[in-house]
Design a protein around this ligand. Structure first.
Ligand SMILES: *Cc1c(COP(=O)(O)O)cnc(C)c1O
Length: 348
């Protein structure tokens, strides 16, 4: 979900942005007005994440899956190898895509434990000369989140942060590249954020499509081709909203409170179950299971009746999953907990 004040503001400005008599959707991306919208969005994002000056911020299209190709196409040296950590569904997508463009070494994997934790770095087998090491910093389906970043030395750390970017402060300087589809925690589908360290520009493979080439897009201010203008505008409104909430430290406190209330309820009686190691439990995506999966349909139907939507687990995982992104208020989590208790009383 998106913050209601953001949607209301977009609604109020839909037909007439700042007295211009038109929507942001109708503006040329080359216009001064849109340029100001994009520049403010970038400024506010830099403020929120304290992005150092030696990183470029790119507003692109194609989603995180396009970035799964863009990362090797931009960073994987000729004849080189890239290290990947396999933490589940989305990591595997990244790995499969990277294999199309070069040699991939799966340096660490959580497969042994059924993808219920972040594999400990001591168990990894890294390539000595890897062009980069890729992690999926929040596994959206498995509900596994990285809280301790690995120390990769001089090897650039790359993260698919699609489902938790801006949920808490992040030390950007630890990364070579961070990318995220906006649609989980930031704005509408269609916008992809890329944060890339300057020294990683200029090494793209010859066959890298220009629209995915970080150097081309950085030099063009993300306007090598038409950027997703309305998505940038809405993301900008979300950035403003986050700053108004007190920034990422404040939203992290709210997210911790929501997640611990929900996990507390899941762990309380054994009627519900979450298999993820406690230290690696995602604050954004909380999968949970009933002992008897035949009750899932009744749980979900009752939830829908109470306005608790989109709780069905991913088809690859089954069960339930509560995605409690930034815009989900504590009251939404409380309503879910109330329903979980009622359901346990009547079906337990
Ligand atoms: C949702 C999601 C994706 C999907 O990427 P899109 O191309 O934006 O659809 C990729 N990675 C993660 C971690 C996700 O949560």
């Amino acid at each position: 979900m998106l913050p209601e004040p953001v949607l209301l503001r977009a609604q109020a400005e839909l037909l007439d942005w700042h007295g211009r008599g038109m929507s942001v959707m109708e503006m040329s991306h080359r216009s001064d007005d849109f340029g100001a919208v994009a520049a403010k969005a970038e400024r506010d994002l830099r403020t929120l994440l304290a992005i150092p000056d030696f990183y470029r911020v790119l507003f692109l299209q194609g989603g995180a899956l396009a970035q799964n190709a863009a990362v090797p196409l931009n960073l994987l040296r000729e004849g080189g190898v890239a290290d990947y950590i396999d933490t589940g569904h989305w990591a595997q997508k990244s790995i499969a895509e990277a294999r199309r463009y070069g040699t991939v070494n799966v340096a660490g994997s959580a497969a042994d434990g059924g993808y219920t934790s972040v594999p400990v770095p001591a168990s990894w087998r890294r390539s000595p000369s890897a062009s980069y090491l890729h992690i999926t910093s929040n596994e959206t389906i498995g509900g596994v989140e990285w809280f301790d970043l690995p120390d990769t030395g001089s090897t650039p750390l790359v993260a698919d942060a699609s489902s938790h970017l801006l949920s808490r402060p992040l030390d950007v300087a630890r990364f070579g590249v961070i990318y995220a589809g906006a649609q989980k925690n930031i704005g509408p589908a269609g916008l992809t954020l890329v944060i890339v360290r300057d020294d990683l520009l200029g090494h793209a493979q010859r066959t890298c499509p220009s629209v995915l080439d970080y150097t081309v897009q950085a030099q063009a201010g993300s306007m090598y081709n038409t950027p997703p203008t309305f998505g940038i505008y809405l993301a900008g409104l979300t950035f403003e909203w986050l700053l108004g909430q007190g920034g990422l430290a404040a939203i992290e406190r709210a997210n911790v409170a929501k997640a611990s209330a929900l996990y507390g309820e899941i762990d309380r009686s054994g009627f519900y179950r979450n298999p993820v190691a406690r230290s690696d439990r995602s604050r954004m995506n909380v999968p949970f299971f009933l002992r008897d999966p035949r009750l899932d349909a009744a749980f979900l139907a009752g939830a829908n009746e109470r306005g608790l939507m989109q709780l069905k687990g991913h088809r690859a995982a089954g069960g339930m999953r509560a995605s409690i992104y930034n815009a989900m208020p504590q009251a939404g989590v409380t309503a879910l907990i109330d329903w979980m208790r009622e359901f346990e009383r009547t079906h337990g």
